[in-house]
Design a binder for this molecule. Sequence first.
Ligand SMILES: NC(=O)c1ccc[n+]([C@@H]2O[C@H](COP(=O)([O-])OP(=O)(O)OC[C@H]3O[C@@H](n4cnc5c(N)ncnc54)[C@H](O)[C@@H]3O)[C@@H](O)[C@H]2O)c1
Length: 372
Amino acid sequence: MSSAAKVRVGVVGAGYWGSKHVRTFSSLPDVEHVSVIDPSTERVAALTRGYPGLVSFPSLDGALDCVDAVVIATPPSTHAPLALKAIHAGKHVMIEKPLATSVSDARAIIDAADAMGVVVMVGHTFEYHEAVRALRSIVAQADFGDLYYLDTARLNMGLYQHDVNVLWDLAPHDISILNYVLDSTPTSVECWASRHAHRRWEDIAQLRIHYAQPRVEATVHVSWLHPRKTRLVTAVGSDRMVVFDDLATEERIRIHNKSVRQPELQTDDLSQPPMSYRYGDVVAPYLVVNEPLAVEDEHFVHCVMSGDAPLTGGANGLAVVQVLEAAELARREGRRVYIDEVRERSTLLPESSSVPSIPLQRTTGSMGAVLS
Ligand SMILES: NC(=O)c1ccc[n+]([C@@H]2O[C@H](COP(=O)([O-])OP(=O)(O)OC[C@H]3O[C@@H](n4cnc5c(N)ncnc54)[C@H](O)[C@@H]3O)[C@@H](O)[C@H]2O)c1
């Protein structure tokens, strides 16, 4: 580090998300200065107009002597090579989601960071979101009852990516939220996906994710091809139901004090309803107002300065990549895939599982019919 007190941060990628990192890191008192690294002169020029002191570089190689920590906000297929370059130069790294586009690449990043003694963190921004933190605590409370299931929807006329399908682009958010809320990682996954507007990449996907502890299933629906923007996470329990609506201007978390149960006295009388319904108040807990990305970036700087392990470190990122890779296999083979299969495959086949090499298919999956 340039001085004992402050960190020099290089943000690789001056696009949509990298420019937000530039803004948040520029406002942190423990950051000495921010550099931006991107070959696009147009994007760099647009960014430096807003931040006159911003230093820029066309490639990471030229910036390495001027930074202590590197934030990688480039397309997913570039995450691993850029991260490994930074780590081998002794730089701390924060890598945007997904950590990598294969389990083997994610492991290589973690191993390299361990060997070099640098911090590796993944940008699972929702784990720094007050609403997601509230969701986790609500689901864990005794008055929520037994957790029946979770369901997420992340839909829109989305930004198609050059190098990954909708699964690798959007589902990292939901898988990270689910792992965090359940404080667990899944055992297996099923996946259905299909391609419509794009020649190569699936633009809609649905996952069914199985957890063993707690024993619960979650469904995830992601789409770049949907008329209505939706950002929902729903958890349904035996005594309460809770909805996180990230698009709500207020009351992003709503706890519904309602439930459905079988009546205690079972009867064969068809004139009686088979279930009993309980309706109650809807409560919206107060949430501290902050920007999740700012909390995340501040945490990264803290970890770099203190040596503390990040909340979303390499293992957290790897867990999400394992589900994504298992989901890709499930989609291609039309069956449920156990995470252990991917763990074993990846150590045997280090390169073959990366996303860009996946063969083209119209539609596959174990959760729905094949579309033509
Ligand atoms: N955490 C979140 O909520 C969140 C939200 C959006 C995007 N992201 C992630 O951020 C990353 C970037 O997404 P985006 O939407 O900003 O993409 P983008 O296409 O808007 O920007 C990517 C930028 O990276 C640059 N770039 C590409 N290769 C490079 C290289 N080798 N060296 C330097 N620069 C390079 C491009 O020129 C471009 O300016 C992705 O990994 C995405 O998944 C995360």
